[in-house]
Ligand binder design. Structure first.
Ligand SMILES: [Zn+2]
Length: 108
């Protein structure tokens, strides 16, 4: 398991890696592993390479690229959610699910 740290820079500061591209790769992998390689929105399990990372609070609204704002998402969900409010979009698309709690715990 890759340790789950708050940002790519933490992998450098903790000397887990020496290069920033490797730090970004580890950061992305740790988030996917933390969620057992499941898309947090639809709940389907994917290969790590098939998952993207979604900014829960969209980048265009100032959402940071930090662990606390990133969740694994399949390409389909990531695209469909776009810059919508994640909870509104999720409820409209899937109805209420226990996955909402997973996301809330992660972002708070
Ligand atoms: Zn999905």
């Amino acid at each position: 398991m890759t340790p789950l740290l708050p940002s790519p820079d933490h992998y450098l500061h903790n000397l887990i890696t020496m290069t920033s591209s490797e730090a970004k790769r580890l950061h992305r992998r740790a988030i996917k592993e933390h969620f057992n390689c499941q898309c947090v929105y639809c709940g389907i399990t994917y290969e790590p390479d098939e998952l993207t990372l979604d900014h829960v609070r969209p980048r265009c609204y100032g959402g940071p690229t930090l662990t606390s704002n990133l969740v694994p998402s399949c390409k389909k969900c990531n695209q469909a959610k776009g810059s919508n409010n994640w909870l509104q979009w999720m409820r409209q698309t899937f109805g209420p699910t226990s996955r909402e709690q997973l996301i809330l715990q992660h972002i708070n």
